[in-house]
Design a protein around this ligand. Structure first.
Ligand code: MTE
Length: 328
């Protein structure tokens, strides 16, 4: 029996009802990913449902095929304005437990499926309602930006969590350079599209690839909003979204789009990947809130990768002092 629950007319606003073609696409998407149709509970499930994929194990040993030799980022300084009371997660755990649906829906297998993903050279386009649109090589962009390290919490909508030291630059620093027009109300981020190497994209099914995400212009300019070009003191590994990804630590992890090729400033709200596929389960704003359950599981607790430690989830993932003003 399928776990996909189509909302009834009486419990969902009309415009949130999943259209039949999207439902069909989801079925085919999951089949394509080698999962039973009911397996969306495995792809997007609370942690207990994925106990058998290694989530509960300790990940401290690196398998010999796991790439760990990434170029270090020189002269990296940690920004002490952002501290996290929990310990930083094991890097091997983070390298081996990912969401990157372009490659596979199996979190513990992303690292094995990204060997053909070339993340250099890589161009990033800044477009739309800005005074200074630009297309540039990601390494030239990195040279222009104030690179620093920030230790942030990360909370996936599926209830797993980690604490990692990202390196990169605040999006507001890039916004100062490109100068958004006053008519810009949203920022849309688009990931790569290369079905030749990303087998999840290589389908006849009409899914909303490439992966897209978006923020309001106010969220984009928030001091926490970070473009991560690396992690753990080195360049970004492919499985974490090399060469450049978004990080919004007060939002569920699906907002943190990986491997970005375009950042576009717009005056209307862009469609986004998960919200288009399953709007009732993945809303546009996606702020972390333990009091708002996912339709299929509670969001009250979270489990750390690597250790399995369980903590109570905090509103805005504990970042209320930085972000709550935007939602009053
Ligand atoms: N970005 C792209 N392009 N594709 C994805 O499948 N998954 C998202 C987000 N960014 C995803 C993505 C989800 S659901 C999460 S929780 C985080 O990436 C996981 O980041 P990590 O694998 O680096 O921990």
């Amino acid at each position: 029996m399928s776990h996909i629950i189509l909302p009834k007319d009486w419990d969902s606003p009309r415009n949130e009802i999943t259209p039949e073609n999207v439902y069909q696409n989801r079925r085919e998407f999951l089949q394509l990913m080698g999962m039973a149709v009911g397996g969306i509970a495995g792809a997007l499930a609370p942690a207990p449902a994925v106990a058998d994929d290694g989530f509960f194990g300790l990940f401290d040993s690196a398998p010999s095929k796991l790439k760990t030799d990434f170029p270090p980022v020189p002269n990296l300084k940690r920004n002490s304005d952002y501290t996290v009371s929990r310990p930083v997660s094991s890097e091997v755990a983070a390298l081996k437990y990912n969401n990157f649906y372009e490659f596979t829906s199996e979190k513990s297998k992303v690292w094995e499926n990204i060997n053909d993903f070339k993340t250099r050279p890589w161009q990033v386009k800044i477009s739309g309602l800005v005074k200074n649109p630009i297309v540039l090589d990601v390494d030239d962009l990195i040279k222009m930006m104030p690179i620093e390290e920030r230790v942030y919490r990360h909370r996936c909508v599926e209830t797993w969590a980690m604490v990692v030291p990202w390196n990169g630059f605040p999006l507001e620093a890039l916004m100062e350079k490109v100068e958004p027009e006053s008519s810009a109300k949203y920022v849309e981020f688009t990931s790569f599209f290369d079905p030749g190497i990303a087998k999840g994209q290589n389908s006849v099914v009409d899914l909303p690839w490439p992966y897209t995400e978006a923020l309001t212009i106010e969220e984009a300019g928030n001091e926490l909003t970070f473009m991560a070009t690396g992690i753990y003191g080195h360049q970004q590994p492919a499985q974490h979204g090399a060469p450049i990804r978004l990080v919004t630590p007060w939002k569920y992890g699906f907002k943190s789009i990986k491997s970005i090729v375009e950042i576009k400033f717009t005056d209307s709200r862009p469609a986004t990947f998960w919200n288009t596929l399953i709007p009732r389960e993945y809303d546009f704003t996606a702020n972390i809130d333990p009091e708002v359950a996912h339709p299929r599981w509670s969001q009250k607790r979270e489990k750390m990768i690597g250790t399995g430690d369980v903590f109570a989830t905090q509103k805005f993932n504990g970042y209320g002092e930085f972000v709550a003003y935007m939602y009053r």
